[in-house]
Design a protein around this ligand. Structure first.
Ligand SMILES: *[C@@H]1O[C@H](CO)[C@@H](O)[C@H](O)[C@H]1NC(C)=O
Ligand SMILES: *[C@@H]1O[C@H](CO)[C@@H](O)[C@H](O)[C@H]1NC(C)=O
Ligand SMILES: *[C@@H]1O[C@H](CO)[C@@H](O)[C@H](O)[C@H]1NC(C)=O
Ligand SMILES: *[C@@H]1O[C@H](CO)[C@@H](O)[C@H](O)[C@H]1NC(C)=O
Length: 393
Protein backbone atom coordinates (compact mmCIF):
# COMPACT_ATOMS: atom_id res chain seq x y z
CA UNK A 1 0.00 0.00 0.00
CA UNK A 2 2.85 2.33 0.87
CA UNK A 3 4.42 1.77 -2.53
CA UNK A 4 1.16 2.65 -4.24
CA UNK A 5 0.86 5.83 -2.23
CA UNK A 6 4.32 7.06 -3.07
CA UNK A 7 3.80 6.30 -6.75
CA UNK A 8 0.67 8.36 -6.62
CA UNK A 9 2.51 11.26 -5.05
CA UNK A 10 5.09 11.13 -7.81
CA UNK A 11 2.40 11.52 -10.44
CA UNK A 12 1.04 14.53 -8.65
CA UNK A 13 4.47 16.11 -8.47
CA UNK A 14 5.18 15.71 -12.16
CA UNK A 15 2.00 17.17 -13.54
CA UNK A 16 2.71 19.08 -16.74
CA UNK A 17 1.08 22.23 -15.46
CA UNK A 18 0.67 23.56 -11.98
CA UNK A 19 -2.70 24.84 -10.95
CA UNK A 20 -3.69 26.94 -8.01
CA UNK A 21 -7.23 25.58 -7.72
CA UNK A 22 -7.94 24.35 -4.23
CA UNK A 23 -8.50 20.75 -3.14
CA UNK A 24 -12.07 19.58 -3.07
CA UNK A 25 -14.12 16.88 -1.36
CA UNK A 26 -15.30 15.63 -4.77
CA UNK A 27 -11.83 14.10 -5.07
CA UNK A 28 -13.14 11.26 -2.91
CA UNK A 29 -15.29 10.31 -5.91
CA UNK A 30 -12.14 9.82 -7.99
CA UNK A 31 -9.88 7.96 -5.56
CA UNK A 32 -12.44 6.39 -3.25
CA UNK A 33 -11.80 6.23 0.48
CA UNK A 34 -8.14 5.61 1.25
CA UNK A 35 -7.35 2.93 3.86
CA UNK A 36 -7.54 4.17 7.46
CA UNK A 37 -4.39 5.62 8.93
CA UNK A 38 -2.19 3.31 10.94
CA UNK A 39 -3.27 3.57 14.54
CA UNK A 40 -0.58 4.83 16.79
CA UNK A 41 0.29 3.01 19.95
CA UNK A 42 -1.02 4.90 22.92
CA UNK A 43 1.90 6.03 24.99
CA UNK A 44 1.96 4.55 28.47
CA UNK A 45 0.16 6.69 31.01
CA UNK A 46 -2.01 8.45 28.46
CA UNK A 47 -5.75 8.26 28.84
CA UNK A 48 -7.50 5.40 27.14
CA UNK A 49 -9.51 6.74 24.24
CA UNK A 50 -12.91 5.66 23.09
CA UNK A 51 -12.17 3.05 20.38
CA UNK A 52 -14.93 4.51 18.21
CA UNK A 53 -13.24 7.89 18.19
CA UNK A 54 -9.89 6.29 17.42
CA UNK A 55 -11.50 4.43 14.53
CA UNK A 56 -13.22 7.59 13.23
CA UNK A 57 -9.98 9.52 13.36
CA UNK A 58 -8.20 6.76 11.47
CA UNK A 59 -10.76 7.02 8.64
CA UNK A 60 -11.36 10.77 8.58
CA UNK A 61 -7.75 11.76 9.16
CA UNK A 62 -6.64 10.16 5.89
CA UNK A 63 -9.02 12.02 3.59
CA UNK A 64 -7.70 14.58 1.12
CA UNK A 65 -9.63 17.69 0.09
CA UNK A 66 -11.88 18.12 3.11
CA UNK A 67 -12.54 21.46 4.77
CA UNK A 68 -12.36 21.45 8.56
CA UNK A 69 -16.16 21.50 8.95
CA UNK A 70 -16.31 18.43 6.74
CA UNK A 71 -13.77 16.61 8.87
CA UNK A 72 -16.05 17.29 11.85
CA UNK A 73 -19.03 15.80 10.00
CA UNK A 74 -16.90 12.81 9.07
CA UNK A 75 -15.84 12.34 12.69
CA UNK A 76 -19.45 12.14 13.80
CA UNK A 77 -20.49 9.87 10.90
CA UNK A 78 -17.36 7.97 9.81
CA UNK A 79 -19.32 5.24 8.00
CA UNK A 80 -21.24 7.75 5.90
CA UNK A 81 -18.05 8.93 4.22
CA UNK A 82 -18.06 5.82 2.00
CA UNK A 83 -21.44 6.93 0.66
CA UNK A 84 -20.09 10.44 0.12
CA UNK A 85 -17.41 8.98 -2.10
CA UNK A 86 -20.02 6.91 -3.98
CA UNK A 87 -22.23 9.96 -4.39
CA UNK A 88 -19.41 12.08 -5.79
CA UNK A 89 -18.45 9.32 -8.22
CA UNK A 90 -22.03 8.92 -9.40
CA UNK A 91 -22.35 12.67 -9.83
CA UNK A 92 -19.16 13.02 -11.86
CA UNK A 93 -20.16 10.10 -14.13
CA UNK A 94 -23.60 11.60 -14.59
CA UNK A 95 -22.10 15.00 -15.39
CA UNK A 96 -19.88 13.44 -18.07
CA UNK A 97 -22.84 11.57 -19.50
CA UNK A 98 -25.04 14.68 -19.63
CA UNK A 99 -22.31 16.76 -21.27
CA UNK A 100 -20.84 14.11 -23.56
CA UNK A 101 -21.92 16.04 -26.67
CA UNK A 102 -21.00 19.52 -25.51
CA UNK A 103 -17.88 21.60 -25.86
CA UNK A 104 -17.41 21.53 -22.12
CA UNK A 105 -17.60 17.81 -21.40
CA UNK A 106 -17.13 17.76 -17.63
CA UNK A 107 -13.71 16.21 -17.86
CA UNK A 108 -11.77 15.89 -14.65
CA UNK A 109 -8.09 16.10 -13.88
CA UNK A 110 -7.50 12.69 -12.37
CA UNK A 111 -4.42 13.68 -10.43
CA UNK A 112 -5.68 17.00 -9.20
CA UNK A 113 -7.25 17.24 -5.78
CA UNK A 114 -9.35 20.11 -7.12
CA UNK A 115 -10.94 17.61 -9.57
CA UNK A 116 -12.19 20.25 -12.01
CA UNK A 117 -9.21 22.58 -11.77
CA UNK A 118 -9.80 26.27 -12.53
CA UNK A 119 -13.33 25.55 -13.78
CA UNK A 120 -14.60 25.71 -10.22
CA UNK A 121 -12.92 29.08 -9.72
CA UNK A 122 -15.33 30.56 -12.25
CA UNK A 123 -18.87 31.27 -11.16
CA UNK A 124 -20.22 29.97 -14.46
CA UNK A 125 -23.25 27.82 -15.11
CA UNK A 126 -21.03 24.77 -15.57
CA UNK A 127 -19.90 25.27 -11.99
CA UNK A 128 -23.54 25.69 -10.95
CA UNK A 129 -24.31 22.28 -12.48
CA UNK A 130 -21.33 20.62 -10.77
CA UNK A 131 -22.39 21.91 -7.36
CA UNK A 132 -26.01 20.84 -7.84
CA UNK A 133 -25.27 17.35 -9.16
CA UNK A 134 -22.66 16.54 -6.51
CA UNK A 135 -24.91 17.79 -3.73
CA UNK A 136 -27.72 15.63 -5.14
CA UNK A 137 -25.30 12.70 -5.42
CA UNK A 138 -24.57 12.84 -1.71
CA UNK A 139 -28.28 12.91 -0.82
CA UNK A 140 -28.81 9.97 -3.14
CA UNK A 141 -26.04 7.71 -1.88
CA UNK A 142 -26.63 8.49 1.79
CA UNK A 143 -30.35 7.79 1.38
CA UNK A 144 -29.64 4.49 -0.36
CA UNK A 145 -27.28 3.56 2.45
CA UNK A 146 -30.03 4.39 4.97
CA UNK A 147 -32.56 2.21 3.17
CA UNK A 148 -30.23 -0.74 2.85
CA UNK A 149 -29.28 -0.64 6.50
CA UNK A 150 -25.64 0.31 5.95
CA UNK A 151 -25.77 3.22 8.37
CA UNK A 152 -26.69 3.03 12.00
CA UNK A 153 -27.79 6.68 12.10
CA UNK A 154 -30.77 6.16 9.83
CA UNK A 155 -33.01 3.55 8.32
CA UNK A 156 -35.88 3.53 5.92
CA UNK A 157 -38.81 5.72 6.73
CA UNK A 158 -41.31 4.02 9.01
CA UNK A 159 -42.71 7.27 10.42
CA UNK A 160 -46.06 6.87 8.73
CA UNK A 161 -46.16 3.10 8.98
CA UNK A 162 -49.62 1.66 9.34
CA UNK A 163 -51.27 5.04 8.99
CA UNK A 164 -54.25 5.08 6.73
CA UNK A 165 -54.70 7.92 4.31
CA UNK A 166 -58.03 9.54 3.42
CA UNK A 167 -57.85 7.64 0.12
CA UNK A 168 -58.07 4.40 2.06
CA UNK A 169 -54.62 2.94 1.59
CA UNK A 170 -51.85 2.41 4.08
CA UNK A 171 -48.22 3.40 4.24
CA UNK A 172 -46.06 0.34 4.46
CA UNK A 173 -42.90 -1.25 3.20
CA UNK A 174 -39.66 0.64 3.28
CA UNK A 175 -39.87 4.23 2.07
CA UNK A 176 -36.63 5.94 1.17
CA UNK A 177 -35.89 8.29 4.02
CA UNK A 178 -34.65 11.51 2.46
CA UNK A 179 -34.61 13.36 5.73
CA UNK A 180 -31.20 12.18 6.90
CA UNK A 181 -29.63 12.43 3.43
CA UNK A 182 -30.79 16.02 2.98
CA UNK A 183 -29.57 17.01 6.40
CA UNK A 184 -26.26 15.28 5.87
CA UNK A 185 -25.73 16.94 2.49
CA UNK A 186 -26.50 20.36 4.02
CA UNK A 187 -23.88 19.83 6.70
CA UNK A 188 -21.25 18.09 4.61
CA UNK A 189 -21.50 19.61 1.13
CA UNK A 190 -22.27 23.15 2.30
CA UNK A 191 -19.50 22.70 4.85
CA UNK A 192 -16.94 22.78 2.04
CA UNK A 193 -17.32 26.55 1.75
CA UNK A 194 -14.31 28.26 3.30
CA UNK A 195 -14.82 30.94 5.91
CA UNK A 196 -14.36 34.46 4.61
CA UNK A 197 -10.76 35.59 4.48
CA UNK A 198 -10.25 38.84 6.37
CA UNK A 199 -7.70 40.38 4.05
CA UNK A 200 -10.07 41.83 1.47
CA UNK A 201 -9.15 45.40 0.58
CA UNK A 202 -12.25 46.61 -1.20
CA UNK A 203 -15.98 46.19 -0.71
CA UNK A 204 -16.10 44.95 -4.26
CA UNK A 205 -13.87 42.01 -3.34
CA UNK A 206 -16.06 41.30 -0.33
CA UNK A 207 -19.21 41.50 -2.36
CA UNK A 208 -17.97 39.25 -5.12
CA UNK A 209 -16.79 36.71 -2.54
CA UNK A 210 -20.17 36.70 -0.85
CA UNK A 211 -21.99 36.49 -4.20
CA UNK A 212 -20.02 33.40 -5.00
CA UNK A 213 -20.80 31.87 -1.61
CA UNK A 214 -24.52 32.53 -2.15
CA UNK A 215 -24.34 31.05 -5.61
CA UNK A 216 -22.76 27.82 -4.34
CA UNK A 217 -25.16 27.37 -1.46
CA UNK A 218 -28.14 28.08 -3.66
CA UNK A 219 -27.12 25.55 -6.29
CA UNK A 220 -26.34 22.92 -3.65
CA UNK A 221 -29.89 23.33 -2.41
CA UNK A 222 -31.33 23.16 -5.93
CA UNK A 223 -29.61 19.78 -6.30
CA UNK A 224 -31.17 18.53 -3.07
CA UNK A 225 -34.63 19.88 -3.86
CA UNK A 226 -34.47 18.19 -7.24
CA UNK A 227 -34.02 14.79 -5.60
CA UNK A 228 -36.96 15.56 -3.33
CA UNK A 229 -39.24 16.70 -6.14
CA UNK A 230 -38.63 13.50 -8.11
CA UNK A 231 -39.59 11.05 -5.38
CA UNK A 232 -41.94 8.38 -6.62
CA UNK A 233 -44.62 6.30 -5.02
CA UNK A 234 -45.33 2.65 -5.53
CA UNK A 235 -48.35 0.78 -4.28
CA UNK A 236 -49.19 -2.85 -3.99
CA UNK A 237 -52.65 -4.34 -3.79
CA UNK A 238 -53.66 -7.01 -1.32
CA UNK A 239 -56.94 -8.85 -1.19
CA UNK A 240 -58.83 -11.66 -2.79
CA UNK A 241 -57.71 -12.19 -6.38
CA UNK A 242 -56.20 -8.73 -6.70
CA UNK A 243 -59.31 -6.94 -5.50
CA UNK A 244 -57.19 -4.22 -3.92
CA UNK A 245 -59.18 -4.20 -0.69
CA UNK A 246 -56.00 -3.19 1.02
CA UNK A 247 -53.33 -1.12 -0.65
CA UNK A 248 -49.93 -0.42 0.86
CA UNK A 249 -47.71 2.28 -0.55
CA UNK A 250 -44.13 3.43 -0.16
CA UNK A 251 -41.91 6.16 -1.59
CA UNK A 252 -38.63 5.73 -3.38
CA UNK A 253 -36.05 7.79 -5.25
CA UNK A 254 -35.89 7.87 -9.05
CA UNK A 255 -32.91 6.55 -11.02
CA UNK A 256 -30.01 8.98 -10.65
CA UNK A 257 -30.13 9.47 -14.37
CA UNK A 258 -33.50 11.18 -14.02
CA UNK A 259 -32.04 13.64 -11.53
CA UNK A 260 -29.24 14.31 -14.03
CA UNK A 261 -31.76 14.98 -16.81
CA UNK A 262 -33.69 17.51 -14.75
CA UNK A 263 -30.53 19.30 -13.61
CA UNK A 264 -29.29 19.42 -17.20
CA UNK A 265 -32.53 21.16 -18.18
CA UNK A 266 -32.01 23.60 -15.32
CA UNK A 267 -28.46 24.20 -16.59
CA UNK A 268 -29.99 25.17 -19.93
CA UNK A 269 -31.99 27.95 -18.32
CA UNK A 270 -29.61 28.92 -15.52
CA UNK A 271 -30.05 32.53 -14.44
CA UNK A 272 -27.18 35.00 -14.55
CA UNK A 273 -27.37 37.30 -11.57
CA UNK A 274 -25.31 40.24 -10.37
CA UNK A 275 -23.33 40.67 -13.47
CA UNK A 276 -20.14 42.26 -12.29
CA UNK A 277 -20.15 45.77 -13.72
CA UNK A 278 -16.89 46.90 -15.25
CA UNK A 279 -15.64 49.64 -12.93
CA UNK A 280 -13.66 51.60 -15.54
CA UNK A 281 -16.39 51.82 -18.13
CA UNK A 282 -18.89 52.59 -15.38
CA UNK A 283 -16.89 55.54 -14.05
CA UNK A 284 -16.48 57.01 -17.46
CA UNK A 285 -20.12 57.51 -18.17
CA UNK A 286 -22.35 59.19 -15.63
CA UNK A 287 -25.31 58.19 -17.73
CA UNK A 288 -24.61 54.50 -17.26
CA UNK A 289 -24.02 55.20 -13.59
CA UNK A 290 -27.47 56.70 -13.16
CA UNK A 291 -29.04 53.82 -14.97
CA UNK A 292 -27.44 51.25 -12.66
CA UNK A 293 -28.71 53.16 -9.65
CA UNK A 294 -32.22 53.12 -11.00
CA UNK A 295 -32.26 49.44 -11.58
CA UNK A 296 -30.65 48.58 -8.26
CA UNK A 297 -33.96 48.22 -6.44
CA UNK A 298 -35.23 46.08 -9.26
CA UNK A 299 -32.14 43.93 -9.13
CA UNK A 300 -32.49 43.42 -5.41
CA UNK A 301 -36.05 42.29 -5.92
CA UNK A 302 -34.93 39.90 -8.58
CA UNK A 303 -32.24 38.52 -6.31
CA UNK A 304 -34.72 37.95 -3.51
CA UNK A 305 -36.93 36.06 -5.90
CA UNK A 306 -34.00 33.99 -7.01
CA UNK A 307 -33.14 33.04 -3.47
CA UNK A 308 -36.32 31.02 -3.40
CA UNK A 309 -36.19 29.93 -6.99
CA UNK A 310 -35.63 26.39 -8.07
CA UNK A 311 -33.37 27.42 -10.92
CA UNK A 312 -29.62 27.19 -11.02
CA UNK A 313 -27.91 30.55 -10.73
CA UNK A 314 -24.50 31.75 -11.83
CA UNK A 315 -22.61 35.01 -11.57
CA UNK A 316 -20.21 34.79 -14.49
CA UNK A 317 -20.59 34.14 -18.18
CA UNK A 318 -18.96 31.02 -19.53
CA UNK A 319 -16.01 31.05 -21.88
CA UNK A 320 -16.77 29.42 -25.24
CA UNK A 321 -14.56 26.41 -24.42
CA UNK A 322 -13.29 26.34 -28.01
CA UNK A 323 -9.57 26.79 -27.62
CA UNK A 324 -7.21 24.96 -25.32
CA UNK A 325 -6.28 27.13 -22.36
CA UNK A 326 -4.79 25.08 -19.53
CA UNK A 327 -4.38 28.05 -17.25
CA UNK A 328 -8.13 28.40 -17.19
CA UNK A 329 -8.78 24.66 -17.19
CA UNK A 330 -10.13 24.61 -20.74
CA UNK A 331 -9.25 21.58 -22.86
CA UNK A 332 -10.59 22.94 -26.15
CA UNK A 333 -12.44 20.85 -28.70
CA UNK A 334 -9.59 19.89 -31.02
CA UNK A 335 -9.75 16.16 -31.68
CA UNK A 336 -13.29 15.76 -30.35
CA UNK A 337 -15.53 13.46 -32.37
CA UNK A 338 -18.37 15.33 -34.01
CA UNK A 339 -21.39 14.31 -36.04
CA UNK A 340 -21.74 15.89 -39.47
CA UNK A 341 -25.42 14.97 -39.78
CA UNK A 342 -26.46 16.25 -36.37
CA UNK A 343 -27.94 19.66 -35.73
CA UNK A 344 -27.39 19.48 -31.96
CA UNK A 345 -24.38 20.55 -29.87
CA UNK A 346 -22.40 17.58 -31.25
CA UNK A 347 -22.69 18.87 -34.81
CA UNK A 348 -19.31 19.53 -36.36
CA UNK A 349 -20.16 23.20 -36.87
CA UNK A 350 -20.96 23.83 -33.24
CA UNK A 351 -18.53 21.49 -31.55
CA UNK A 352 -15.58 22.55 -33.69
CA UNK A 353 -16.42 26.24 -33.31
CA UNK A 354 -16.34 26.75 -37.08
CA UNK A 355 -12.71 25.62 -37.38
CA UNK A 356 -13.71 22.68 -39.55
CA UNK A 357 -13.24 18.96 -39.16
CA UNK A 358 -11.57 16.00 -40.76
CA UNK A 359 -13.13 12.72 -41.77
CA UNK A 360 -11.60 9.35 -41.13
CA UNK A 361 -12.81 5.99 -42.36
CA UNK A 362 -12.87 3.47 -39.57
CA UNK A 363 -13.69 -0.21 -39.83
CA UNK A 364 -16.44 -1.33 -37.54
CA UNK A 365 -17.01 -4.97 -36.69
CA UNK A 366 -20.50 -6.37 -36.77
CA UNK A 367 -22.19 -9.75 -36.70
CA UNK A 368 -23.67 -10.80 -40.01
CA UNK A 369 -25.09 -13.79 -41.88
CA UNK A 370 -26.35 -15.25 -38.66
CA UNK A 371 -27.72 -18.77 -38.82
CA UNK A 372 -29.76 -20.58 -36.27
CA UNK A 373 -28.28 -23.99 -35.60
CA UNK A 374 -30.55 -26.72 -34.21
CA UNK A 375 -30.44 -26.75 -31.22
CA UNK A 376 -29.77 -24.06 -29.70
CA UNK A 377 -27.14 -21.72 -30.94
CA UNK A 378 -26.68 -18.87 -33.28
CA UNK A 379 -23.72 -18.78 -35.61
CA UNK A 380 -22.61 -15.53 -37.15
CA UNK A 381 -19.81 -14.28 -39.34
CA UNK A 382 -17.89 -11.18 -38.56
CA UNK A 383 -18.27 -8.49 -41.17
CA UNK A 384 -16.55 -5.18 -41.44
CA UNK A 385 -18.34 -2.02 -42.26
CA UNK A 386 -16.60 1.19 -43.21
CA UNK A 387 -17.99 4.14 -41.38
CA UNK A 388 -17.04 7.77 -41.56
CA UNK A 389 -15.99 9.45 -38.41
CA UNK A 390 -15.52 13.18 -38.09
CA UNK A 391 -13.31 14.96 -35.62
CA UNK A 392 -12.59 18.62 -34.98
CA UNK A 393 -9.37 20.15 -36.22
C1 LIG B 1 -13.30 47.16 -18.48
O1 LIG B 1 -13.45 48.00 -19.60
C2 LIG B 1 -12.24 48.49 -20.14
C3 LIG B 1 -12.55 49.49 -21.26
O2 LIG B 1 -13.79 49.26 -21.84
C4 LIG B 1 -11.43 47.28 -20.64
O3 LIG B 1 -10.18 47.72 -21.18
C5 LIG B 1 -11.17 46.34 -19.46
O4 LIG B 1 -10.52 45.16 -19.91
C6 LIG B 1 -12.50 45.93 -18.81
N1 LIG B 1 -12.22 45.18 -17.61
C7 LIG B 1 -12.80 44.01 -17.34
C8 LIG B 1 -12.44 43.38 -16.05
O5 LIG B 1 -13.61 43.50 -18.09
C1 LIG C 1 -14.56 58.39 -21.46
O1 LIG C 1 -15.53 59.20 -22.11
C2 LIG C 1 -14.98 60.30 -22.82
C3 LIG C 1 -16.13 61.14 -23.33
O2 LIG C 1 -17.33 60.44 -23.49
C4 LIG C 1 -14.09 59.77 -23.95
O3 LIG C 1 -13.50 60.83 -24.67
C5 LIG C 1 -13.01 58.88 -23.36
O4 LIG C 1 -12.24 58.28 -24.41
C6 LIG C 1 -13.60 57.78 -22.50
N1 LIG C 1 -12.53 57.06 -21.81
C7 LIG C 1 -12.44 55.74 -21.80
C8 LIG C 1 -11.32 55.13 -21.02
O5 LIG C 1 -13.26 54.99 -22.37
C1 LIG D 1 -13.48 15.65 -23.14
O1 LIG D 1 -12.84 16.21 -24.24
C2 LIG D 1 -11.43 16.11 -24.23
C3 LIG D 1 -10.89 16.82 -25.45
O2 LIG D 1 -11.38 18.11 -25.51
C4 LIG D 1 -11.02 14.67 -24.20
O3 LIG D 1 -9.61 14.57 -24.12
C5 LIG D 1 -11.64 13.98 -22.99
O4 LIG D 1 -11.36 12.62 -23.01
C6 LIG D 1 -13.14 14.20 -22.98
N1 LIG D 1 -13.62 13.73 -21.70
C7 LIG D 1 -14.70 12.98 -21.57
C8 LIG D 1 -15.09 12.59 -20.20
O5 LIG D 1 -15.37 12.61 -22.54
C1 LIG E 1 -25.42 11.62 -35.87
O1 LIG E 1 -26.58 12.41 -35.83
C2 LIG E 1 -27.71 11.81 -36.45
C3 LIG E 1 -28.84 12.84 -36.43
O2 LIG E 1 -29.03 13.36 -35.14
C4 LIG E 1 -28.06 10.51 -35.72
O3 LIG E 1 -29.16 9.89 -36.34
C5 LIG E 1 -26.85 9.58 -35.72
O4 LIG E 1 -27.11 8.42 -34.98
C6 LIG E 1 -25.61 10.28 -35.18
N1 LIG E 1 -24.44 9.45 -35.37
C7 LIG E 1 -23.62 9.08 -34.38
C8 LIG E 1 -22.46 8.25 -34.75
O5 LIG E 1 -23.83 9.43 -33.22
Amino acid sequence: MLAVMSLFQLIVLFLPFALSASPNWMYLGIIGIPPPLQQQQASPGSEIEDPEIVQARAVCGALPGLASKQVDVCMSHPNAIYSVSDGAKKAIEQCQYQFRHERWNCSVMENEQSVFGPTLDRGSKETAFIYAITSAGVVYSITNACSSGKLTECSCDSMQHGQTTPEGWKWGGCSDNLHFGLQFSRKFVDGSEPTRPNNFKTTKQKRSWSNRLKMNLHNNEVGRQTVMSLMKMHCRCHGVSGSCELKTCWKFMPAFNEIGNVLKQKYGKAVLINRIVNETSKKNSTQIHKKTRETRALKRQKRLLLAESKELVHIQKSPNYCKQDFENGILGTEGRKCNSSSTGPDSCGKLCCGRGYKTRIVKEEEHCNCKFIWCCSLKCNTCYKNIEQQSCI
